[in-house]
Design a protein around this ligand. Structure first.
Ligand code: SF4
Ligand code: SF4
Length: 79
């Protein structure tokens, strides 16, 4: 199973100045989420073979297909 970014306030585009939700106009924390969660664009684009911890290792699920811009369900974050 792939490891993913959490759908929580700390990864939401509506979070401003670290703790304020611009959608609901309240203070929130990384513990929370809601139905208006919207993943930050830079995080959406961050997952690919080039920053996968398994890239060019024996753990890669698809070594012959791994390439920049590609992604599979075995993606794992680098440290
Ligand atoms: S409360 Fe909802 S909209 Fe506001 S920052 Fe958290 S997930 Fe995003
Ligand atoms: S093919 Fe999958 S496991 Fe291999 S580097 Fe790409 S995302 Fe990681």
């Amino acid at each position: 199973m792939a490891i993913r970014f959490a759908n929580n306030c700390s990864n939401c585009v509506n979070l401003v100045e670290n703790a304020f939700c611009s959608k609901h106009e309240v203070l929130v924390s990384q513990k929370y989420t809601c139905d208006q969660f919207d993943m930050k664009a830079e995080l959406k684009n961050e997952r690919s073979c080039t920053n996968c911890n398994k890239h060019e290792t024996s753990s890669c699920a698809h070594p012959s297909k791994a390439a920049p811009g590609m992604l599979c369900s075995s993606w794992a974050p680098s440290a």
